[in-house]
Design a protein around this ligand. Structure first.
Ligand SMILES: *Cc1c(COP(=O)(O)O)cnc(C)c1O
Ligand SMILES: [Zn+2]
Length: 618
């Protein structure tokens, strides 16, 4: 061995899972050179057993590094570790009670160094890259693997090139860039990034990382840890999401190894979970096929598993069948609800893909898959902070209040903290055909959101809804939620000094839009006319012009943001306007309407009134 390093003797070989061709890792460590299928590491388990330190295995605390004997690593001096693994296995008593599963556990893989189980695989993959003399690493990712490889490449001291889809969630992207990877945002889907990564790696002699053979070996440690955490017993079921299928096939291999070595006396059944909009493995399973077919089109909010062709799909399909388990699909709405539920009753915050197995539990229980005393382990694969924007889309935004005791007490009095997000299923459903009465509205709000609003507050909400009605837009649960929130913000300020009575907008193809507006300002009726580059600009210009003479605040627009909460040209839009006055005071005005002009004027007016009363207080 060169220079007397600790390079060990080979105790494994790489083999194609389909044609059984064998390879040295210097030839290929990605896919079979003959048939293109996935490779597997075949070990000499007798040797592993002989050199294993049984005392340490049984007595030392869990961590991915504890199981070095089970990884195809030759040079221990090259190991790149960030202390991955050793993640908690929570006994999910509240969720278990809801589902009639007293022995339900959640393996929280979000507790890994970069917030995802992939770090376990990256430990082995980047170590192998160093062993094999890589000068740079290159990969395609939907975000999590990018962040993980970026982190490990940095401590390994080699550059890392990452290709990710343009829509990669912000948490993953900010991590990857922070760790110092050279990130390329590709205007396409993950599948296009994956193809490019293979080519770029080849042409530039970069080490190609991804859902390949060495990664799988590292990710086996999830199973070892689960066995230890259940006091050296295997669970009855393991429920886990499938993206490329690498992780679930790794989990299966881990359990089989511990079984082979006599550490556990049975194997669990595997349940693989995919989103309904991307259910390649589920389809193959249901049709009793041996091979997974690539999907032409996929659509899901679970970005970490949005893979149109799972590289390890065939392997995971085989594992599921061998285990006596199954593959099931979950709708995005149910996944979002599961994400919220898991955080809400077990305080485990996961990203949507990590919530897939929890989303599946309900249908599995209803189908009577589990026996009451079965031990079920759910793998919560990734941390919720990875994709906070998707999480927020399903949560109520807290009210933004003036810094006043009265406003906070009003919030408490109306129990607005109870205001939940519109249920993900009902969010886009029309609430009524015929406008309800105020009394009926009060009842609807109580039923939907569990809060009782009355008096002026109820009247104000009702007034907003009449505006919706006048525009000919049906009200959805999500609209109602936003209105209840926004009216509170307004309601908490004093009597308005600026009101809008009517406006008229002229838009043509070639001329700038012109607005005429009637307002009431400080008790005076004013009519103003202005043009702008766009309709919103024109109306705000007219508003400013109308109040200019008596405006002592010298209001400036600091930010203008539009959010559309659903699809369709008739969707309600939420406008948030930040404005400030000459003293540096700032406020946020918000409004929701099916009409963007209406929402913009309402938000402006709310902001103005709030600023006015703020300046009076001084
Ligand atoms: C990668 C990933 C998965 C899917 O794992 P595969 O090995 O691709 O099947 C699931 N959840 C999260 C959070 C992931 O990052
Ligand atoms: Zn082959």
């Amino acid at each position: 061995m060169p220079n007397g390093t600790s390079t060990g003797q080979k105790f494994y070989k790489l083999q194609c899972i389909e044609c059984s061709a064998e390879y040295d890792e210097k030839q290929t460590a990605t896919s079979c050179l003959k048939c293109g299928s996935a490779l597997d590491v075949i070990y000499d388990y007798e040797r592993i057993k002989r050199r294993m330190n049984m005392f340490a295995l049984k007595n030392s605390p869990i961590s991915a590094m504890k199981y070095l004997d089970f990884y195809p690593i030759l040079d221990l001096e090259k190991i790149v570790s960030l202390k991955e693994g050793g993640t908690p296995l929570y006994h999910a008593k509240h969720l278990g009670k809801k589902l009639g599963l007293p022995k339900l556990y959640v393996k929280n893989e979000g507790a890994n160094p970069t917030g995802v189980f992939k770090d376990r695989g990256t430990l082995v993959e980047v170590t192998k890259a160093l062993e094999l003399g890589a000068k740079a690493i290159c990969l395609a990712s939907s975000g999590n693997m990018a962040a993980s490889i970026a982190a490990y490449s940095t401590v390994a001291g080699i550059p890392c090139y990452v290709m990710v889809p343009e829509k990669t969630p912000i948490g993953k992207l900010s991590q990857t860039i922070s760790y110092g990877a050279r990130v390329l945002l590709i205007r396409g889907a993950y599948s296009e990034c994956a193809k490019l990564a293979v080519q770029i790696a080849q042409e530039n002699d970069f080490y190609l990382a991804g859902d390949y053979v060495f990664r799988r070996e590292g990710q086996k440690s999830q199973s070892y840890e689960i066995c230890e955490q259940l006091f050296w017993r295997a669970p009855d079921y393991v429920v886990c999401p499938i993206g490329s299928g690498t992780n679930l096939s790794a989990i299966w291999k881990g359990f089989k190894e511990f079984y082979k070595l006599g550490f556990i006396d049975k194997l669990p059944k595997l349940i693989g979970v995919q989103p309904s909009g991307c259910q390649t493995v589920v389809e193959a399973f249901n049709k009793k096929k041996r091979k997974v077919v690539a999907a032409d089109y996929i659509e899901t909010i679970c970005s970490a598993v949005a893979v149109n062709y799972p590289l390890d799909g065939n392997m995971v399909l085989k594992a599921i069948k061998e285990s006596g388990g199954m593959a099931v699909a979950v709708d995005d709405d149910d996944t979002l609800a599961a994400e919220a539920l898991l955080a809400n009753i077990e305080s485990i915050f996961v990203e949507p893909s990590g919530a897939l197995p929890v989303g599946a539990l309900k249908q599995l229980s209803e189908k009577g898959i589990f026996k009451k005393d079965d031990t079920v382990v759910v793998v919560a694969t990734g941390n919720g902070l990875k994709d906070p924007i998707t999480a927020m889309s399903n949560l109520p935004s807290p009210p933004s209040l003036e810094p006043s005791k009265e406003d906070i007490n009003r919030y408490l009095k109306y129990k607005l903290y109870k205001l939940r997000a519109a249920s993900s299923k009902g969010r886009q459903k029309t609430l009524w055909n015929k406008m309800p009465t105020e009394k009926q509205l009060q009842k609807i709000i109580k039923e939907k959101f569990d809060i009782l609003i009355k008096g002026d507050y109820l009247r104000a909400v009702y007034g907003e809804l009449l505006n919706f009605q006048a525009k000919g837009k049906s009200v959805t649960e999500s609209d109602l939620q936003k209105i209840v929130e926004n009216v509170l913000k307004e309601f908490s300020s004093k009597k308005p000094v600026l009101k809008i009575l009517d406006f008229n907008l002229q838009i043509t193809k070639t001329k700038r839009p012109v607005t005429t507006i009637d307002i009431e300002f400080m008790g005076k009726k004013i009519c103003a006319k202005a043009e702008g580059v766009g309709p919103v600009d024109a109306i705000i210009a007219a508003l400013k012009k109308g109040i200019a003479k008596d405006d002592k605040l010298e209001v400036r627009l600091l930010d203008y943001a539009v959010t559309i909460h659903s699809a369709g040209t008739d969707a309600a839009v939420e406008v948030n306007i930040t404005m400030g006055d000459k003293s540096g005071e700032k406020v946020l005005g918000s409004a929701t309407s099916p009409d963007i002009i209406q929402a913009s004027t309402d938000a402006y007016i709310r902001g103005y009134n709030a600023l006015y009363w703020k300046s009076k207080k001084k």
